[in-house]
Design a protein around this ligand. Structure first.
Ligand SMILES: [Zn+2]
Ligand SMILES: [Zn+2]
Length: 240
């Protein structure tokens, strides 16, 4: 996997507040800019909120080349159609298990649909893990930055540890940062501690949980990772 010289991750949709000018709503969306190439990973639940936040952040929708959806849930895929309705230049990467009606609708707006089953390169230094999971299939985004691999997750329904293991297996790289929704459903402190230990054993340097991660999970990761915990919410930028 090529290394990206410049990478910027900007949270454009999240239920955690960061930049007061922006609207906070349940869901997730992250704009990833690598060497000037723009990928919107997830679109939140509501097009109007997504477009409002992107306008406030001076993001030109026309300059987004690729939209990738982690999984079919409305809080990640709901904003898509309103964005592509008025513009047909997007390449849209979706897990191949998506309903055919959904894929047809994307194509009806003139956009290209790339159905992701196995891991796939999206751009130099940027790849998808491929769809993982059984009940709810999901893809995560991998970016090879100068600091190491950054893993961006939507909701982590296949399991956050499973996703990290897959990322390592695919890239054989050191994991610098895991950001996005961790969706750890357990409220048992022992279970969360065990997940934190697995992160550490897998060599994850920094963590930035948001969206569906939950307050207790965030608190415990913050305690365990100390200065390597990054507080994120809508409007937060992380640059390499
Ligand atoms: Zn979900
Ligand atoms: Zn979600």
């Amino acid at each position: 996997m090529e290394t990206v010289n410049k990478a910027k991750f900007l949270i454009v949709y999240d239920n955690n507040r960061f930049d007061d000018r922006l609207k906070v709503a349940w869901g997730f969306g992250c704009l990833v800019n690598v060497n000037g190439f723009n990928i919107l990973f997830d679109t939140g639940g509501d097009t109007e909120i997504l477009l409002y936040n992107m306008a406030k952040l001076n993001i030109d929708v026309k300059k987004i080349e690729v939209i990738a959806l982690s999984h079919i849930h409305g809080d990640h895929a709901g904003g898509l159609m309103g964005v592509i309705r008025s513009d047909d230049h997007f390449k849209v990467y979706v897990p191949s298990s998506f309903l055919s009606g959904f894929k047809r609708e994307i194509k009806s707006y003139g956009c290209e649909v790339i159905e992701v089953r196995d891991a796939i390169k999206i751009f130099d230094g940027v790849a998808s893990t491929g769809e993982l999971g059984i009940a709810i299939k999901e893809q995560s985004l991998l970016v090879n930055t100068s600091m190491g691999l950054v893993v961006v997750t939507g909701c982590s329904h296949p399991g956050i540890v499973r996703i990290i293991k897959k990322a390592k297996e695919l890239t054989k790289m050191r994991i610098h940062l895991v950001m996005g929704g961790y969706h750890i459903e357990t409220t048992s402190r022992d279970n969360i501690t065990s997940i934190i230990h697995q992160f550490q054993d897998l060599g994850v340097k920094k963590v930035a949980p948001c969206h569906c991660s939950g307050d207790l999970v965030k608190r415990m990761f913050k305690q365990a990772f100390a200065e390597d915990f990054i507080e994120i919410g809508v409007g937060k930028t992380i640059e390499f």
